[in-house]
Design a protein around this ligand. Sequence first.
Ligand code: AMP
Ligand code: ZN
Length: 464
Amino acid sequence: MALRFKNSLTRVKEEFKSIEPGKVRMYTCGPTVYDFAHIGNFRTYMFEDLLRRYLKYKGYQVTQVMNLTDVDDKTIRDSQAAGITLKEHTDPLKKAFFEDLDALGIERAEYYPAATDHIPEMVAIIKKLLDNGLAYEIDGHYYFRISAFPAYGKLANLDLTGLKAGARVAADEYEKDSVSDFALWKAWDGADGDVYWETDLGKGRPGWHIECSAMSMKYLGNHFDIHCGGVDNMFPHHENEIAQSEGATGEKFVDYWLHSEWLIVESRKMSKSLGNYYTLRDVLDKGYSVAAVRYLLLATHYRQQLNFTFDGLKAARAALERYNDFIANLTDYTGSESGGKAQQIIEKATDGFEGSLDDDLNISGALGAVFDFIRDINRLKAGEQLTSAERDEALKTIRSFDSVLNFAQKTETIDSRIEALIQQRQDARKAKDFALADKIRADLLAEGIVLEDSPQGVRWKRKV
Ligand code: AMP
Ligand code: ZN
C-alpha cells in the first residue's frame, strides 16, 4: 500500500509523493527557548521522530530542519526578568533541549538553525514582500497586508468576510478572532533593551512568524514536501508562514501539512501557562525511565489527544519489558530441529506494521502487529518449532521494526564496577553466603540494574 498522510491543508488523506524521487525535505517547528521544554512539547517532537524514522524505513533520504526560536516576545520577557542577556538566557535552554532529545531517543535533524543567526534572510523576505505590495511600514514597524493575499486563511479555514481592513496585531501569538495584519518586523522602542539589529528596515527585531519562512526556505528551498507542528501552530503561525513565503516567492510553499494534537492532563492542554506541566526531569525524578516516556508519547496516534497519566507510564513500562525480554530471550535461543511456520508470521507482522504506518502513521495498528508477532514467535519457541535460521529472521524483523520504534535497550558495554559486583555475588552464592548475594542484587536494583539467573548464567538488564 502506498504511504498516505492526512493533509491539514486539504483536510483529506492523500497519497504521499515527494517532489524529488527518493528524497523528502521537511520542516518541523522547534522550541521557543524561553524555558525548559515540557513533555507536551515532546509529544510533538516524538511524532516528528516517528514520521522521520518511518520515511527512512520506506527508503527516503530525509532532510529535516528544526528551528530554535531564540528571539521573540517570550524569550525577551524572561531574559529581562532574570536580569541577563538574551543569549545568556537561551544558551543553557538550547543545551537542555538537546540533552532531552537524545535521552528520548529522538533522532537528530540535519539542521537546527537559530533565529538570531538568520536576521539578514528575514530582512530579505520582508523587502521582497514590500516590493510585491504585500507589506507596509508604520513608524518603523512592518506588517503583512493580508487583504492583498487572497489565499490567506486556506490552512486554518478562516472566514474573512467580517475582517476589519487595516486592523493590526503586533503580538507574536493571537487568537482567530483577532485575524489581522501581522507584524513582520518590530521597531525598537526601548522596551526590548539591548535586543535589536540595525538593518535596512531600521533598528528592531523580527516577528516570530518570519523566522520560520526564512529558515525553512534557506535550507529546504522555496517549495518543499512536509511541514509539521502542534495544532496550535496552524493559526496564526503556519497560516502566516504560507502568506509570507508564497507572497515573497510566488511559488507553492509546502505540499503536506501535518499537525499533532495536544498532550492533555485531566482534559486540559499541558502548558506552562496553566501550570499543569511536567518536564522530562520531573517524570524521571518520579522513578520512570526515558524509555517509558518515549513509549507513552509515541503510542497514541498523532491526530488524537494523548491523555497523560502515571498509569499510562506504568503500562508503557510493562509493554517495553515484554518487547525487550522478547529480544533478549530470542537472542539466547539456540533453535529447534523442526520449523516451517515462522515465515508466515513474519510476513503477516511486516504487512500489519507497514500497512498501519502507511495509513497516516497509525501507530496503534503497527504496535498491535508487533505484539502479535512477539506472541506468535514466543509460541513457536515454546513448542520447539523455530529453527536457528528462523530465529535469525525473526530477530532481523524486530530490529527492522525497531529502526522506527527505537524501543530496544541499547547493548551497553558493562561497567567494570557492575561486572565486579556480579562476580562478587556469584562467589557469595558459591560460598552459600546468600545474605551477601541478596544484598548485592538489591544494591544493583537500586541503581536500576536487574539480574536474571538462568542455566546459562547471570544476565543483567536495565530496569525500564
Ligand atoms: P512552544 O515552545 O510553545 O513554541 O512549543 C513548541 C512545540 O510544542 C509546538 O509545536 C507546540 O505545538 C508544541 N506543544 C506545546 N504544548 C503542547 C502540548 N500540550 N501537546 C502537544 N504539543 C504541544
Ligand atoms: Zn515555526
